[in-house]
Design a protein around this ligand. Structure first.
Ligand code: SF4
Length: 85
């Protein structure tokens, strides 16, 4: 089953993701797309109890060269595997 990418955005310098703000809002914070992780098979979205969502790299569990929560946006990654068909 194909799940379309969610409209998450990244707020530097953490790996916290937040829902895309209303484009008509004049108080919109600066944002950057999450990059390759958005469409990677190894990414899991991890919500916390305060409503934030973090981008977890599952490769970090078996390979310490991958950060658990990569600094976004990830523009190049040797572990990238596109999810879906
Ligand atoms: S393997 Fe690379 S692109 Fe995929 S989730 Fe991990 S850091 Fe992101």
């Amino acid at each position: 089953m194909h799940v379309p990418p969610l409209p998450w955005v990244f707020h530097h310098p953490s790996s916290r993701l937040q829902p895309m703000p209303d484009p008509s809002s004049s108080r919109r914070p600066p944002s950057v797309a999450a990059g390759l992780c958005e469409t990677c098979h190894h990414r899991r979205l991890v919500p916390n109890t305060r409503g934030s969502v973090f981008s977890l790299c599952m490769l970090s569990r078996t390979d310490p060269s991958y950060p658990r929560y990569p600094r976004l946006p990830v523009l190049a990654c040797p572990g990238y595997e596109r999810t879906g068909p």
